[in-house]
Design a protein around this ligand. Structure first.
Ligand SMILES: [Zn+2]
Length: 66
């Protein structure tokens, strides 16, 4: 089973609007919400925001849809 490698896909490349290339990004915690943590992806080269996401508090397998 190679499902472990799927979980470690964190250090991904995102397209930076400033650099105009895919860059390694750093995660920055923006907000802690009841449904999870709001994470911002910051370019490690220029510091621009490349995107954000809502990380569920629980592991993905335990995620519940209401
Ligand atoms: Zn950049």
């Amino acid at each position: 089973m190679a499902r472990d490698s799927f979980d470690r896909l964190e250090a991904s490349l995102l397209l930076c609007p400033q650099c105009r290339v895919a860059v390694p990004v750093r995660k920055r915690l923006l907000l802690i919400l009841p449904q999870g943590n709001k994470i911002e992806y910051v370019c490690t080269r220029c510091g621009a925001t490349c995107g954000d996401t809502l990380e569920p508090d629980q592991p993905p397998e335990r995620r519940r849809y209401m």
